[in-house]
Design a protein around this ligand. Structure first.
Ligand code: ZN
Length: 345
């Protein structure tokens, strides 16, 4: 091919339609010759040309091409074989579409390509969220039910932690830091051959234990999912509709992804209050290996009264821990049954 064989089709007053792009994509997969599709220019654009990317990277089946040659690049090598993977692009300045080598495009077009890539990512994200939304809406009732149950438990555990922090300031961090340093493993007997006990539920005393905050964000998401997204077209770029879609969609995806972990956090942290766990901590104190000179958990029905003394101070707290606090907590199976992972991966 020589320069005179290059094609220039200044026929696109606006970016090509999705229908055109889909047919072009199909043509590439069937022929391996992206530059032969109707209306595609092979001429060289100006280095300062504005560019709009129409596709992600497309691997061209070059084996289908005459001689199996690579694709010429309109930017750097219009007449000689150059690349096997490229992108569809629209050049509004000369109203042309071209199939360009994705590696050299950044070099050749510079900042305009970087900007086009940034906008392309926004467009792709919006399209992904718009496709996702009806799937979430069709599950809204089930999501509601699960999120409500999780929120109730999260609020109760946060309340218990707040009571302890108010009644016994410093207890949480003292116990947490000491046990983290020990990998949560304590000895419950002076017998050195005895197995160590893994303290359960220490998440409850972590400084960032805020399940209610996380659950409240989920409440907002489950309400938001019921609202329609703004109308959008791909040419909105980074306009107001795109920004709203990305913001709401990203938030929904992030929070719903965290749902199983939040459920586990609630289940695990409640384990701290299991009688067996509290007994193990008392036995640990009795071995003399703990930093406590005194540590007792008096269980009276649902009330748990704690007295602790260490070199760091004396702590006394008392809470009602409802026996059914984690009853009716959604199971992992119930959350899996929502099918969220299939739609928000
Ligand atoms: Zn090139």
């Amino acid at each position: 091919m020589n320069d005179s064989a290059l094609h220039s089709f200044p026929i696109f007053d606006e970016r090509p339609t999705t229908e055109y792009i889909d047919r072009w994509r199909q043509f590439i997969s069937e022929t391996g010759v992206p530059e032969d599709f109707e209306g595609v220019s092979t001429s060289k654009p100006n280095r300062s040309a504005n560019v709009i990317l129409l596709s992600d990277e497309i691997r061209v089946p070059t084996a289908m091409r005459p001689g199996g040659a690579r694709v010429p690049c309109p930017l750097c090598s219009p007449t000689a074989p150059k690349f096997g993977t490229g992108r569809m692009a629209y050049f509004p300045d000369d109203r042309a579409t071209r199939f360009i080598g994705h590696r050299c495009a950044k070099h050749y077009l510079g900042d305009n390509y970087v900007e086009a890539e940034r906008i392309f990512r926004i467009e792709a994200k919006c399209a992904e969220i718009i496709a996702l939304w009806p799937k979430l809406q069709s599950r809204a009732t089930e999501i509601d039910a699960i999120v409500n149950r999780i929120y109730g438990k999260a609020r109760k555990l946060t309340e218990l932690r707040n009571i302890i922090d108010i009644q016994a300031p410093g207890f949480a961090s003292f116990l947490y830091n000491d046990l983290v340093a020990k990998g949560m493993l304590i000895s419950t007997s002076r017998d050195v051959r005895a197995q160590s006990h893994k303290v359960l539920g220490m998440e409850f005393f972590s400084s960032d234990f805020e399940p209610e905050t996380a659950a409240a964000k989920l409440l907002r998401v489950r309400t938001d999912v019921r609202r329609a997204l703004p109308s959008w077209s791909i040419s909105d770029g980074e306009g107001e509709a795109s920004r709203e879609i990305v913001k709401r969609g990203s938030s929904a995806i992030r929070r719903l992804r965290e749902l199983p972990a939040l459920r586990d956090l609630i289940a695990n942290s409640a384990d701290f209050f299991a009688a067996r766990n509290l007994r193990a901590l008392e036995q640990w104190r009795a071995t003399g290996a703990s930093p406590f000179s005194s540590l007792t958990f008096k269980i009276d029905g649902e009330r748990i009264e704690t007295f602790a003394e260490s070199y760091a101070g004396r702590y006394n707290w008392s809470v009602i821990f409802p026996k059914d606090l984690i009853a009716h907590l959604p199971t992992r199976d119930e959350i899996d049954a929502l099918g969220l992972l299939e739609v928000i991966n």
